[in-house]
Design a protein around this ligand. Structure first.
Ligand code: HEC
Length: 111
C-alpha cells in the first residue's frame, strides 16, 4: 500500500477516535466541533473543501445535497463507492448534519 494511503489511514483513525469521544455531547454540535468532524475529510477533499484532482469539491454545495449524499453513502446506496461508504458509516445522523452544514458554508470559488 502506498505511503500516502497509510497516512490517510492514520488521519482517519485519529479522526474517528476523536469524534467517538465527542459524539455524545448531547444537545447539538457546535461550529467548532463540526469543523473538527470535517477535518476528517480534509486529507482527501482538501482543507477548504476543494482538492485539485479527482474528486468534485464539497465547498459550496447545498446542505441538502451533501446531507443526502452522505446519508446515501452511509446506507450503502451508492454503487461503486470505494471509501465513502465506510467513512460515512462512522458518523451519526447528527454529525452528518453538522458536516454538511460546515462544507455548505465554505465558499465555492477559488480565491
Ligand atoms: C480516504 C479519502 C477520503 C476521505 C477521508 C473522505 N472522502 Fe469523501 N470521497 C472520497 C472518494 C474516493 C470519493 C468518491 C466515492 C468513493 O469512491 O467512495 C468521495 C466522494 C465524496 C462525496 C461525493 C462527491 C460527489 O461528487 O458526488 C462526498 C459528498 C464526500 N466524499 C464527502 C466526504 C466527507 C463529508 C468526508 C468527511 C466526513 C469525506 N468525504 C472523507 C474520498 C474520501
Amino acid at each position: 500500500m502506498p505511503d500516502s494511503w497509510k497516512f490517510v489511514g492514520a488521519v482517519l483513525t485519529a479522526g474517528l477516535l476523536f469524534t467517538s469521544v465527542h459524539s455524545h455531547a448531547g444537545d447539538g454540535i457546535s461550529y467548532q466541533q463540526a469543523s473538527l468532524l470535517a477535518a476528517t475529510c480534509f486529507a482527501c477533499h482538501g482543507t477548504d473543501g476543494r482538492m485539485a484532482e479527482g474528486i468534485d469539491p464539497l465547498a459550496g454545495r447545498s446542505y441538502q445535497a451533501l446531507r443526502a449524499t452522505l446519508m446515501a453513502f452511509r446506507d450503502d446506496q451508492i454503487p461503486n463507492a470505494t471509501v465513502m461508504n465506510r467513512i460515512a458509516a462512522g458518523y451519526s445522523e447528527e454529525e452528518i448534519d453538522a458536516i454538511a452544514t460546515y462544507f455548505s458554508g465554505l465558499p465555492a470559488g477559488r480565491e
